[in-house]
Every structure is written in C-alpha cells, then in structure tokens.
Design a protein around this ligand. Structure first.
Ligand code: CUA
Length: 335
C-alpha cells in the first residue's frame, strides 16, 4: 500500500472488484470459448479475433490521442477559455464516417461466417434430435434408433446436424468448444450443424433462463473416435442383461414403483417424461451433469431428488435407505 491506494475508498473498491473479475479469467477451462474443437467454433473464434484486434487497435489510437491532448493542452492556473468550435462540417463527417467504416469492416467476416454456418447439412451428417426439458437434455438418434440423456456422443470427423426442439419452455443449447448458442424453442425446430474435430469431453450448459434449476441444466458432449462411437452405439442397442442379487431387488422395486410411469428401460418400461435409463450405468454424470454417477449419489437422488436439484419434476419416492441402495445397484448395472 502506498499513499495512493491506502487512503482512497474508491481506489480500494476498484481494486477489490478487480480481484474477482480477473479470477474469472482463464484460457483452458471446460467452458472455454477460445479453444475451438469444431469447424463451427473455429469460425466463431476467427470472427472474435478480428473484432478483438480491430477494437484493440482503435483503443490504442484513442488512448494515444487522449494522452497527447491531456499533456499538450493542459490549462495552467487562471488560463483563459480556449477557442470554442461549433458546427464543424469536416469533423461531423469524420466522426460519422469512421465508425460506419469500422462497422462495415466487422460486418463482412461476420456475415460470411453466418452464411457458412447456416448452409444445408451434408447428406452424410449424423442426425440428432435435441429436446430441452426442464431441467435436462434428451438426445434422440432417429437413424440409429437410440436415445440418451445429458451426454451426447458424436463421432469425430463426421458432420452432425442437431435439430433443437422443446416440449416446455425456451432453452438454449450451448457447448462453447463445439459451437455457438442456439435457442431451443417449443413449437419450432432450430438447427445447428458442425463437425467435431477432436475426440474428447466437452461441457455444455443451458444458456437461456428456463426456471429455478436453469443453472443445473448441464450436459457433456463426448466426441469419440469413429470406431469407439460404433462400439457405443452397439452397447446402447443391446438388451440389458437380466440382473441378479441386489440388482434384481432393485429391478423389482423399479418395476413396482412410480419409476415406470416416467422412465424407459428397454424391455421393462416405456415412460417418456424423464430420461431413458436403458444404459444409465454407462453415463458419467447424474441429474444433468450435476454430480458424478456413483452408487451413493444415485441412492441419495432416488430418495430425494429435490435435495440436489431445486424444482425437479421427479418426486421423492419414499424409499428406505436399503431400497434406495438396491435401486442404485440395479441402475448402475445397466451398462
Ligand atoms: Cu434450460 Cu435454462
């Protein structure tokens, strides 16, 4: 602390605000917008870079002129009022045309990217129907006959066309490393086409306020190498094995409780209000990306989902601790 920062409340407040602001800055985070991993995201970062450099250049110019003016035209004590300028046509024209030119320069690459990313999807694109629900994501693969929730698997190197639809309120699909935000609007089908380029796990999040658990409407996109993707599809299509022991107890509970009214497990139930659980055990997370998919978390969830996720539509099922553990064992066995 020196004499400038110690005494002034405004300086101290500004410094205090700077700390959390800069704390939010990072390059390589799960939701990074500056490390693109698809053609679409690369296009966005390209426009972003052009605008950032243009803005930086203009800022530098403005600050340089400002510094010169501050030093050169500084008034001494008792100096007279300087000459006043009014209605200067050249100046008026200058500061109208210059910003218009800046906007023009920015609009050219922006419009080019908009047109390129809105082109019709190629014929070999993998089709996925994305349904935004309060507060989870449903992914259906109409050409493959499978469905999953909150974890979208895509093959690397193959274009994917996502058809975004919604049964309740407006959501927004956003996986920053793969593409831009696109709204999911009930009653219409929006479209997002991109080609994931690098295998890996990418985080996403609903980006349109959609109710009390909006912040808990997360997702993962798992981009697999083509062969690994084929393996995943085959596993999704297989009929779950007949459980034994504790898992069999859990299956009996699942089949006799309200679970069957909302969830599909192929061969057991056909509910459509909640996520398809046919291969639940193969998922990495639970409750739309909120916590890791572990037996303890699943048991706590089925006993009282509202404790983890405010406003959740799934009711507490009135299971004992032992019953909840049996149901969790069964669900985890569904690989
Ligand atoms: Cu769905 Cu916010």
């Amino acid at each position: 602390m020196n004499r400038w920062t110690s005494g002034r409340p405004s300086v101290r407040a500004a410094l205090a605000a700077l700390v959390p602001t800069l704390g939010g800055c990072a390059w390589d985070t799960p939701m990074t917008t500056v490390i693109p991993r698809s053609d679409f995201a690369r296009e966005i970062v390209h426009v972003y870079a052009i605008i950032t450099w243009a803005a930086a250049g203009i800022a530098l110019l403005v600050f340089a002129v400002l510094a010169v003016v501050l030093v050169r035209f500084r008034a001494g004590p008792g100096a007279p009022l300087p000459a006043q300028t009014r209605g200067h046509t050249l100046l008026e024209l200058g500061w109208t045309i210059a910003p218009a030119l800046v906007l023009l320069v920015i609009s050219i690459p922006t419009l080019q990217v908009i047109f390129r990313t809105q082109a019709a999807p190629p014929a070999q694109a993998l089709e996925v129907t994305v349904l935004g629900h309060q507060w989870w994501w449903e992914f259906r693969y109409p050409t493959l006959g499978i469905a999953t929730a909150n974890e979208l698997h895509l093959p690397a190197g193959r274009p994917a066309v996502l058809r975004l639809e919604g049964p309740d309120v407006i959501h927004s699909f956003w996986v920053p490393q793969l593409g831009g935000k696109r709204d999911v609007v009930p009653g219409r089908s929006n479209q997002l086409t991109f080609t994931p380029q690098v295998a890996g796990e990418y985080w996403g999040q609903c980006a349109e306020f959609c109710g009390v658990s909006h912040a808990n409407m997360r997702m993962r996109v798992i981009v697999d190498a083509p062969a690994a993707f084929e393996g995943w599809v085959a596993a999704q299509r297989a009929t779950p094995p007949e459980p034994s022991g504790r898992a069999a107890e859990g299956k009996a509970l699942f089949a006799s409780r309200a679970c069957v009214g909302c969830h599909t497990i192929r061969g057991i139930s056909a509910g459509v209000l909640g996520p398809d659980l046919t291969t639940f055990g193969s998922r990495r997370t639970l409750a739309a990306g909120m916590v890791p998919n572990t037996p303890a978390n699943v048991a706590a969830w089925v006993q009282n989902p509202g404790a983890l996720k405010p406003g959740v539509k799934m009711p507490a099922l009135g299971l004992t601790d032992d019953q909840a553990r049996a149901v969790a064992t069964y669900l985890e066995s569904l690989q």
